[in-house]
Design a protein around this ligand. Structure first.
Ligand code: HEC
Ligand code: HEC
Length: 451
């Protein structure tokens, strides 16, 4: 978490840009803005490099004697790098780097360095296909940060919070909290952090293709989905208020891109009779919260009280009143303030749900079958070694997993274990499937494949 308070460039547009409302400019087709947004997101870096280019070349020396040589075997090295840190190949030009990292000028402005971007968390893969907007369920951000710092000859920074205890979860919320605590309401930098009292756990990363349906966003549904500025918080480590304002139109295009994204289709055979029966049950038991699908979809945008949903409350409760007040006092909350009242969790749209296991906001349930039968949820389970389809379970729908009693259990140090007893990672609640019979649950799961 570096803090660079210096103005990077001349700021000519501030006055002109200040008053643009956060929506697509009238009369312009969404698709033109969406295409500009796609390019802006995938071809430009918005952060200064965190590491030198040499760190990427040298980091393999930390992996043990068998690590591939980055000069002699660049492809094998790139693959080993992606697997170790849980990054997917970039489906756009990216100078040989995986999604989530990109080359840019180094901290001193001369040396080429490596920066991190949104796709480290929001670029995932499924069955070997990389998708921008699919949450990255493989990422081990702690190890990536730690080893890249070491490869640069620096001491890995001490994080005041758990970034991730398991592959795939990540504590994006606390990054925001800590960075915003180092800003005054006018976004000038502070020397000492404000005590904002927020305590957010690590989370599963939501799919961007759901945003087009949502009128409120984030797991707690407390932010208006029209807010462009909220998507810029990731840059709070270094941008000035003037720089944020200059970038807002670009992020409005990026938002248009999110709103145009479509989920991937289920690639395996579907039993349409089962699915049809499942649809009837779904419309009776689930649609009031998750909406209906097909030709004329409806999405109710419901936020469900903690008592009713019963899932781990740490994320919802973790956002403090003081954090919300501080956020709302800055430019970020000026047009769309965060709702002061906490209710619970938003019932998400379920489009492309087959591709986004594990489930719930904290990724605590590995399959749809287990989500619909709470007594089947494992307390500890492994995350798959990759997103190749050999690890995908088409009957339970989600990732195959091992539990601690399996004979060949991987070591805890590999961060493949998900432990639901950790802070924020509880797997309770959402018991709406428990009242269904086994055959009914199978039908609903089959229907969910069609969304
Ligand atoms: C460190 C990982 C990480 C990075 C980097 C990151 N995000 Fe996120 N993002 C998350 C997580 C986790 C959530 C869920 C947060 C929540 O609801 O509490 C999220 C939520 C979102 C959402 C809301 C989705 C919804 O449906 O509610 C948007 C939009 C978003 N991020 C955009 C971005 C953009 C744009 C960037 C880059 C500028 C970015 N994110 C960088 C992890 C990350
Ligand atoms: C009372 C409202 C409500 C009902 C009824 C309901 N859900 Fe949910 N559902 C939610 C909420 C809220 C969440 C998010 C909870 C969380 O992440 O903590 C959720 C999460 C989910 C998820 C996980 C989404 C993800 O991206 O991880 C699936 C799948 C799901 N529900 C399916 C169903 C099915 C199938 C039914 C009917 C048997 C159903 N739900 C009934 C409110 C509801």
């Amino acid at each position: 978490m570096r803090r660079v308070g210096k103005l990077g460039f001349v700021l000519v547009l501030i006055v002109a840009l200040r008053a643009i409302p956060a929506k697509v400019v009238a009369g312009e087709p969404d698709s033109a803005a969406a295409e500009r947004g796609r390019l802006a997101l995938t071809s430009t870096g918005y952060l200064k490099p965190a590491w030198s280019a040499e760190a990427y070349q040298n980091v393999g020396t930390l992996w043990g004697p068998d690590s591939p040589n980055p000069v002699r075997e660049p492809d094998r090295f790139a693959e080993a790098f992606r697997r170790r840190y849980g990054l997917a190949p970039a489906p756009y030009p990216n100078d040989g780097l995986p999604m989530g990292l990109r080359r840019g000028n180094g901290p001193d402005g001369t040396r080429a360095g490596i920066a991190i971007d949104c796709m480290a968390c929001h670029g995932g893969s499924i069955g070997g296909t990389s998708l921008v907007g699919l949450g990255n369920t493989q990422l081990d951000m702690t190890t990536l940060f730690h080893e890249m710092m070491k490869a640069d000859g620096k001491r890995p920074p001490l994080s005041p919070f758990v970034i991730n205890s398991s592959r795939g979860t990540v504590n994006a919320g606390m990054f925001s909290v800590v960075l915003l605590s180092l800003r005054n309401p006018d976004l000038s930098f502070r020397k000492f952090p404000l005590a904002l009292g927020a305590n957010i756990p690590e989370l599963d990363v939501p799919a961007w293709w759901l945003l087009g349906k949502k009128s409120t966003m984030y797991y707690d549904g407390r932010t208006d989905a029209r807010s462009v500025r909220t998507n810029m918080q990731f840059m709070l480590g270094e941008k000035t208020l003037a720089e944020f304002k200059e970038l807002e139109p670009t992020f409005r295009d990026i938002q248009a891109y999110f709103n145009n994204l479509k989920p991937p289709r289920y690639p395996f055979p579907i039993d349409h009779d089962l699915a049809k029966a499942g649809e009837t049950i779904f419309n009776k038991s689930c649609a009031k919260c998750h909406g209906t699908y097909g030709e004329t979809p409806k999405y109710p945008n419901r936020i469900v009280e903690l008592d009713e949903i019963g899932t781990d409350p740490a994320r919802a409760r973790g956002i403090s009143t003081r954090f919300v007040a501080h956020y709302n006092s800055t430019w970020f909350g000026a047009d769309f303030p965060v709702d002061e009242q906490m209710i619970g969790y938003q019932a998400p749209p379920l489009d492309g749900i087959w591709a986004t296991a594990p489930y719930l906001h904290n990724g605590s349930v590995p399959t749809l079958a287990a989500l619909l039968n709470s007594s089947d949820r494992p307390a500890r389970f492994t995350r798959p070694p990759s997103t190749d389809f050999v690890h995908y379970d088409t009957s339970q729908v989600g990732w195959k997993f091992l539990v601690p009693t399996d004979p060949a259990i991987p070591p805890a140090s590999s961060k493949v274990w998900f432990d639901s007893s950790r802070f924020g990672l509880g797997n309770s609640g959402h018991t709406f499937g428990d009242r269904l019979t086994d055959p009914e649950r199978r039908q609903v799961v089959e229907y969910l494949k069609t969304l």
